[in-house]
Write a protein that binds this ligand. Structure first.
Ligand code: ATP
Length: 336
């Protein structure tokens, strides 16, 4: 089901949490809403869920204007960061409760619960239905929360930082499972996260927010490769920002007139004797530190007053280097 907001605005006293947001969330796709803390992404999700009433603007799910609809009458389920499972109920009861509220016939409930647990791959955990939330790991609890959301077969799934209470390894696994579940069910999912890597790896579309507005929306590869503003370029990936402009020969020259933004993975470090190839930007500097990151190495290169990051597969020696970046990987913006 296509979800759409138009001119959505919400203020809390002096703070404008949403500032005229217009955005479509395509049917059957997973859209990640991403941005730094305070950019308004949770407020947007809460407006869609019906927990927050906007000051201005409208919301649609399919053809239905849901701007003033009660949360329970919207065809949407929410998964929170905190799982919000009922601690005194078993897993089975946690899932069955919502079905009973919706007057699903008793004979169907067991089957529906089993299917939902199967969807999140909890069906193989022995005695899962009889356990209480505290008898489960964090990852399992979040999977139960997901199952509880989809058991009512909503058209729209709203996820608010669903993985942030999990440790890194489990987080990766559960995010793959969320993606698989979304694909299998074809549900329209809107996924709020502050983690740009998580957003890009999981989503069909990313919406980058800044200060209550949409800074850019598009396919992850597109937004990553063609950021429209310094904010988006800086937000996505391990980026370097230099107050600089490019000379005619590609040399990067310090200047207050512009900023050049490029990513750590796009830099080649060469010796000062090697001329930079045509079609590249370059700057001379000094490797002052090298960190081992597991998959490779990150060099910190002093360039004038600033330090940039360069990632390599192999370790690099300290000392003078020429940092070379293909021109198409450099985003140049004017100061204003
Ligand atoms: P985070 O990642 O930190 O949760 P966010 O992008 O989700 O951030 P929101 O929670 O949407 O941001 O908040 C946007 C702005 O609105 C923030 O400045 C926040 O302090 C403010 N805000 C949000 N909810 C309320 C509230 N109930 N009362 C007052 N101010 C609020």
């Amino acid at each position: 089901m296509n979800v759409r907001v138009e001119d959505l605005t919400k203020r809390y006293g002096q703070v404008t949490a949403l500032d005229g947001v217009s955005q479509a969330f395509p049917s059957g796709a997973l859209t990640a809403v991403v941005g730094p803390s305070g950019c308004g992404k949770t407020t947007l999700l809460r407006c869609l869920a019906g927990f927050v009433a906007p000051d201005r603007g409208r919301l649609w799910m399919g053809d239905r204007d849901i701007t003033y609809a009660q949360p329970q009458s919207r065809d949407a389920a929410v998964v929170f960061q905190s799982y919000a499972l009922w601690p005194h109920m078993t897993v089975f009861e946690n899932l069955a409760f919502a079905l009973r509220l919706r007057k699903v016939p008793r004979r169907d409930i067991e089957q529906r619960v089993r299917e939902a647990l199967d969807l999140v791959e909890l069906d193989r955990v022995p005695g899962i239905g009889e356990r209480r939330p505290r008898q489960l790991s964090g990852g399992q609890q979040q999977r139960v929360a997901l199952a509880r959301a989809v058991v009512v077969r909503p058209q729209v799934l709203l996820l608010d930082e669903p993985l942030s209470n999990l440790d890194a390894k489990i987080r990766h696994r559960v995010r793959v499972e969320i993606r698989a579940l979304q694909r299998r069910t074809g549900i329209t999912a809107i996924y709020v996260t502050h983690d740009q890597e998580e957003a890009m790896s999981i989503a069909d579309m990313v919406v980058v927010m800044e200060g209550g507005r949409v800074a850019q929306a598009g396919r992850p590869e597109e937004v990553y490769a063609q950021p429209k503003s310094p904010f988006v370029a800086e937000f996505l990936g391990s980026t370097n920002v230099l107050a600089a402009v490019m000379g005619p020969d590609g040399r990067i020259l310090p200047s207050a007139a512009g900023s050049l933004i490029f990513r750590a993975e796009d830099i080649q470090l060469a010796s000062l004797q090697e001329p930079a190839p045509a079609g590249s930007a370059w700057v001379d500097g000094e490797v002052v530190d090298v960190l081992f990151l597991g998959a490779g190495y990150r060099a910190y290169v002093r360039v004038g007053e600033e330090v940039i990051m360069a990632d390599h597969r192999t370790p690099m020696p300290r000392g003078a280097v020429r940092a070379v970046i293909p021109l198409e990987k450099v985003f140049a913006f004017g100061r204003d």
